[in-house]
Design a protein around this ligand. Sequence first.
Ligand code: FE
Length: 226
Amino acid sequence: MIFKQLFDTKSSTYTYLIASAKGREALIIDPVIENVDSYINLLNELELKLVKVIDTHIHADHVTGASKLKDISKCSTIMGDHSPANTVDIKVKDDEYIHMDSLKIRAMYTPGHTSDSYSFLMDNYLFSGDTLLINGTGRTDFQNGNAKDAYNSIFNKLLKLPDETLLYPAHDYKGEKVSTIGKEKKQNPRLQVNSIDEYVEIMNNLNLKKPAEIDYNIAKNIKLGA
Ligand code: FE
């Protein structure tokens, strides 16, 4: 398997490129529009053909490169079935599998950060979007975010995966690249709560600033960045 973790310095977004290597088909998760040319160069260098692009949710802090990648490579665009983006080619359901060459990726509906948030599990690689971050969790204060839903998605879905599952989030602001479910259970400060109410209390009192250009980014992302 080919696996590349790419980083956008402006929005601190992680983008993932995955390929089985055998059939040379590739998939990109959470591309950033400004970096599309570098993804295309990398695909060419690795002699891969991009066939699928997934956005884990409608992002507020950057514009997705999904449409631009589709224009260039004719790949199909994928989001979860709660996405408000009408031009998505394939909307996957909870527990549905995406197949590419010999790879199988399970879609998991994990709302809370936003109402359309999905996570994706390939073998023991979990792409958690902004649902579960390393030493943190995605904020729940816009785009129909909901702290109770987030608690359920994290505690009753993602943390039920085996401890050795590798956690690859959509963002990191402190240079962390990967964690595991087991490590997060023990060390993530947001997860050290005794009840759903305690978690909701924390999330509802974060008092975070809105991301810059949030309205512009969301409007663009509902059109997959077109
Ligand atoms: Fe987000």
